[in-house]
Design a protein around this ligand. Structure first.
Ligand code: GLC
Length: 479
């Protein structure tokens, strides 16, 4: 299976490369930049949604599951991108948004029974805060996210049929699979009963204060979810399905009976502390199926999430764990989150995670010849061109990591190490990461094959905030 150890590069199409000067990225722009991805050595790219959309949630509100928004181009542009990717040995993954459509999807008018209605709201909460219900024509419709995203009823066979058709549509156009959006919200309690009050047992992943007061047992993750997932599987055969399952890994069934992998949110949300990271890795690798991700368009980039001093170590960890890894555009050059723009586009405040990719030192970073929808972040210093030929750059390190990961063994063995040091072995290779702000002994032996900065590993000692990979480990002496 090609994806088992694949690195999937997340393209946020709005912010990757603009080809027509309107300040917003597009499909021909992505095609122009494919050589960067091939040079970097990733296996696939995942496109955040490019479907026609009123863009209340930048494409996660889909108004036609079988089209391309004119802002991004046309179906011909899409076909051309897939073909150009294939020529470079790159696969393309689409983003499937099955839980809700856009309120402007014709289905909402033509098939109101495809959606979820109630005479009065219950206590379910929207992921973005407030009630998950909005009034319309004397009754209330469910929206687990923005009010412009009404939830589809997956217990209606017509909905399932329409989604299966959409899934096949893109497979027939050559995509290798899907990242499946917000899948834990696919099915809810059929009687739409209130979420009971929290029992005090922690959910296992960050929640809002209002969500923490509830047990969240009925607004999501219903027992018959597996049946719906089986229908998705049926439509895509053995193409890849990676689920955005916002549940701790202990609750990944039934998702993993039907999907190939689930994003490991426990690790994404872990503090940058060796002991915490180790616990998250242990929990998540207890069963197969983890897809690693540490950054994305919802939570921000490595530099800001873990601190500039730890961003390279975070990339090292992301790319040396066994299983598929998802790398968010910009992380390969150490791009940080931006200040947002003058006006806020995303009501949930996520603009700052979505600043355009930076290709060169020009004011808009080579992203556009026009006015970028969000400004560049220090493009003069942080850009692909400046880092490409510098062997000490973040970009060079990430590229080296992508080469190195091809020769890592399959297994993962966590190694005991000094406090502040996360260490594990992958066959012949061993990895150690010092998350602390002091030097630490590292349980590494053999030859250094990669360091987060030159001289990070001196003898048996790792510099503060650094990491290294060695080969030919002899023992595993306690640090
Ligand atoms: C997922 C997406 C996020 C979107 C939400 C609703 O979490 O990653 O960007 O807002 O689903 O579709």
């Amino acid at each position: 299976m090609w994806w088992q150890d694949a690195v999937v590069y997340q393209v946020y199409p709005r912010s990757f490369q603009d080809s027509d000067g309107d300040g917003v990225g597009d499909l021909p722009g992505i095609e122009q930049r494919l050589d960067h991805l091939a040079w970097l050595g990733v296996d696939a790219l995942w496109l955040s949604p490019v479907y026609p959309s009123p863009m209340h949630d930048f494409g996660y509100d889909v108004a036609d599951y079988e089209g391309i928004d004119p802002l991004f181009g046309s179906l011909e542009d899409f076909d051309s991108l897939v073909a150009a990717a294939r020529e470079r040995g790159l696969r393309v993954l689409m983003d499937l948004v099955p839980c809700h459509s856009s309120i402007e999807h014709p289905w909402f008018r033509e098939h109101p029974d495809w959606y979820i209605w109630r005479a009065e709201p219950n206590n379910w909460l929207s992921a973005f805060g407030g009630s998950a219900w909005s009034p319309l024509d004397g009754r209330w419709y469910l929206h687990s996210f923005y009010p412009e995203q009404p939830d589809l009823d997956w217990r209606n066979p017509e909905v399932v049929g329409a989604m299966q058709e959409a899934l096949r549509f893109w497979i027939d156009r050559g995509v290798a699979g899907y990242r499946v959006d917000a899948i834990d919200r696919l099915l809810k309690d059929p009687e739409l009963r209130d979420d009971p009050p929290s029992t005090g047992e922690p959910f296992g992943l960050p929640l809002s204060d209002a969500e923490k007061r509830l047990a969240l047992t009925r607004s999501r993750n219903a027992p018959d979810t597996g049946a719906a997932l089986a229908k998705m599987r049926e439509a895509v055969d053995d193409h890849l399905l990676v689920g955005e399952v916002y549940l701790p890994s202990a609750r990944w069934q039934p998702y993993l009976q039907h999907l190939d992998a689930a994003f490991a949110f426990e690790l994404l949300h872990a503090d940058w502390d060796a002991a915490v990271l180790r616990r998250a890795i242990e929990a998540t690798t207890r069963r197969p199926g983890a897809a690693w991700v540490l950054s994305n368009h919802d939570f921000g980039r490595l530099v800001t999430r873990f601190g500039a001093e730890n961003a390279r170590s975070a990339a090292l960890m992301l790319l040396t764990l066994p299983g598929p890894a998802f790398l968010y555009q910009g992380d390969e050059i150490g791009l940080g989150d931006g200040p947002g723009g003058e006006r806020q586009f995303d009501r949930a405040g996520r603009d700052r995670f979505r600043h355009p990719m930076q290709w060169d030192a020009s004011p808009a970073g080579g992203f556009t010849t026009g006015e970028p929808w969000l400004p560049a972040v220090d493009a003069e210093r942080i850009n692909v061109e400046a880092q490409r030929d510098d062997p000490r750059s973040t970009l060079s390190m990430v590229r080296d990591l992508l080469t190195l990961r091809r020769v890592l063994g399959n297994e993962l063995e966590l190694i005991d190490a000094a406090p502040g040091v996360l260490s594990y072995r992958r066959g012949e290779h061993a990895v150690a990461i010092n998350t602390s702000s002091g030097k630490r002994p590292a349980p590494l032996d053999g030859d250094v094959v990669l360091e987060t900065s030159p001289g990070a590993l001196r003898g048996r000692e790792l510099a503060a905030h650094s990491g290294a990979v060695t080969m030919g480990l002899r023992g595993s002496p306690k640090g």
